[in-house]
Design a protein around this ligand. Structure first.
Ligand SMILES: C=CC1=C(C)c2cc3[nH]c(cc4nc(cc5[nH]c(cc1n2)c(C)c5CCC(=O)O)C(CCC(=O)O)=C4C)c(C)c3C=C
Ligand SMILES: [Fe+2]
Ligand SMILES: [Fe+2]
Length: 353
């Protein structure tokens, strides 16, 4: 077998090593001390995270993690990420070596990079597993990889995928997963994305004064707002709505998983649940297109918490559309991301479609 010449590094967010309180504490501490996640001065962040958020949140979060933890496969996020790495490795020729890492906790980026470094590769492509760009997710992965590689003496050609919300196959898999549930039998559809503090969007334009409402981020994506998370979430939704033949009145875009008291991007999913319940809607189909793998935020927050909340508001059913997980077309989408900047004829030639 030929020796790999090219490396691929898949990176997702991370999950605790186990649902125990100490492991959840370690995970939350590393995650929330990241200055791209809680973007306040370091001394205030440290006091807030170590003194308030982690001590109060960890026991509650550990309980939620226990609810989604599988006896055999553990955390769904890690389980599906490992599947994605294995299946992508099978698809690519022996020229490629695929590593998986998590931004926080394990498997760590530093170990994955150490293995790639030892292989003396010609190139490394880093693929943060977030379809829409945010400084708190994709930006943080790129930042960490650059920090860890800074000490290398020689460098292969390194490239980063910064977003892939437009990827046709990714859209197709979400649509196929939804079609299994017969969307026409639901009263309304939610596209529930992970939330983000509004101030984290100011810097998506070099002026540092980006304003989503003025920039029209809910209506269009163009050169001026192409790195805006909100604009990319709406663009993802328009692509899915077009694929499924939905009218604008059939669905609502909303944002979940808010943390803290500062304003986050609106509308919040919990408020939308109240609105649709008040309008007499009984059956909801919910997409979570910011997540490529099922995780706490999809399985528990949407599938359990929001489902219960909606029933208490008079609704009948909340159906989660499963994530991309290990769908073969999603693995082909990952292949496309590996080849993305190659000339078009070469990309088509290499793909397993
Ligand atoms: C889609 C990408 C993500 C962005 C952007 C993001 C921003 C962000 N998250 C928090 C706080 C928490 N997020 C938590 C879980 C979590 N977040 C993402 C993805 C994004 N986060 C995923 C995939 C997960 C699930 C991980 C899993 O193990 O299944 C959590 C921990 C869970 C909990 O205690 O509820 C927190 C906390 C902030 C503050 C933020 C943006 C600034
Ligand atoms: Fe998060
Ligand atoms: Fe915006």
């Amino acid at each position: 077998m030929s020796k790999p010449k090219k490396g691929v590094l898949l990176v997702n967010l991370g999950t605790p090593d186990s649902p125990s309180v100490p492991d959840v504490k370690r995970y939350l501490t590393e995650f929330l001390l990241d200055g791209r996640v809680i973007d306040i001065p370091a001394w205030r962040r440290s006091l807030l995270v170590r003194g308030v958020i982690v001590p109060f949140r960890a026991p509650k979060s550990a309980k939620l993690y226990r609810a989604i933890w599988d006896d055999n496969t553990g955390s769904p996020l890690l389980h599906y990420s490992v599947r994605q790495q294995q299946l992508l490795q099978e698809r690519l020729s022996g020229e490629y070596h695929v590593e998986l890492a998590m931004r926080y906790q394990n498997p760590s980026i530093s170990r994955a990079l150490a293995r790639l470094k030892s292989m003396n590769l010609d190139s490394i492509r880093v693929i943060p597993l977030f379809p829409q760009y945010a400084s708190a997710s994709t930006g943080s992965v790129i930042d960490k990889v650059m920090e860890l590689m800074r000490t290398w003496h020689t460098f292969p050609g390194v490239s980063f995928v910064n977003d892939f919300y437009e990827n046709d196959l990714m859209i197709e898999v979400f649509a196929e997963n939804a079609l299994k549930h017969h969307p026409e039998t639901y009263d309304h559809i939610l596209f529930s994305y992970h939330g983000l503090p509004v101030r984290q969007l100011n810097d998506v334009e070099v002026s540092g004064t980006h304003d989503c409402e003025k920039a029209g981020c809910r209506q269009q994506i163009a050169e001026h707002n192409r790195y805006c998370y909100l604009a990319q979430c709406h663009a993802t939704t328009r692509l899915l709505a077009k694929r499924l033949g939905l009218k604008e009145t059939d669905y609502t875009v909303c944002f979940q998983s808010r943390l803290g008291k500062t304003p986050w991007v609106q509308p919040y999913t919990s408020d939308v649940l109240k609105d649709v319940a008040a309008k007499g809607k009984k059956r909801l189909l919910v997409f979570c297109p910011a997540f490529v793998s099922d995780c706490l935020e999809t399985v528990y927050e949407v599938g359990t918490e929001y489902a219960l909340e909606f029933k208490e508001l008079g609704g009948e059913k909340v159906q989660l559309v499963e994530s991309l997980n290990d769908h073969p077309k999603w693995i082909t989408a990952l292949e496309q991301l590996v080849y993305r900047d190659l000339p078009e004829w070469l990309q088509k030639d290499k793909l397993t479609v």
